[in-house]
Design a protein around this ligand. Sequence first.
Ligand code: NAD
Length: 330
Amino acid sequence: MAETREKILIIGAGGQIGTELTIALRDSFGGGSVLATDIREFPTLDDSGPFEILNVMDRDRLYQLAKDFNTTQIYNLAALLSAAGEKKPKDAWELNMAGLLNSLDAVRDLKIGKLFWPSSIAVFGPNTPRDHTPQQSIMDPNTVYGISKLAGERWCEYYHKHYGVDVRSLRYPGLIGYKSQPGGGTTDYAVDIFHHAVKWGKYTCFLKEDTALPMMYMADAIRATISLMGAQSEKLTVRSSYNLAGISFDPCTLAEEIKKHHPSFDISYIPDFRQNIADSWPNSIDDSAARLDWGWEIEYDLKRMVADMLYHIRKTRQEAENQKSSPPPS
Ligand code: NAD
């Protein structure tokens, strides 16, 4: 465990990313040094360290908790995601913007060392070049989620420039992990498909078979996040948000890779409203700025990710089955 005086406050710690990030940060910095917070209880989060209820819109409570914990870093993960946001556009705008501004203000006013806030490939839009999308490009998002992330990036750069806030950000691609469920994004199919393959041997996908999108295995995303937060401030040339490339694939290619492990796996396609969102996003991303500035490199390719996902999902199911069939203690 790293010897450190860091005190880390995570907002939205109960979600798909927060669940894994909290564990990883507690492993690195010690359980007591990482305060997990969310708008509701998440029983697994207080197993390994402190947990508090926090609505990121409640500025006074955010300031109080940050002060009481002697916070040196904030990770703000609270947001309404792309697909969920399209159903409640105003709510998405309010949470995504006010939540970010509250955390930027807290870091500035309380002189907290660093803030991490994730952006997304949703900042790009229909006129953005689709292949190897560069760091600086046309950005014309057509979802409220993408609009809020693009505005958020501008605010991050503004707070860095005008108030010296050490804010760091990644444009995450679609994230795939087995420890938690996705929270209402357009790339959620790439997590659901694994659970359906193991449980039922078939899956109906809400995107067309040839819809290629940038994706990343959660282990790589967590490593990228912690690595960016550990980088020397002077090395960081991007204070809006770094492009981050993982693996690009379409549902058909993913299904073929799954079939290598489950030969009878069957996939069908019934595209819904999420197809329009996916069609406005890049196929692949150029992340040379992240590579150059803080040495980013991906570890999981498609083959390795699929094998690891299936192994862990099968293992978790098997353990649950064993627990059900074991006799009660006498
Ligand atoms: P998620 O929806 O799984 O988790 C968000 C968490 O925020 C939830 O636990 C929720 O309870 C909490 N929350 C909601 N409203 C809140 C409020 N008012 N106050 C405090 N907490 C609140 O999302 P995620 O997938 O973990 O994403 C985290 C961040 O990463 C978001 O900013 C998202 O936009 C970004 N991101 C995620 C992906 C992805 O593929 N998962 C891709 C790109 C960017």
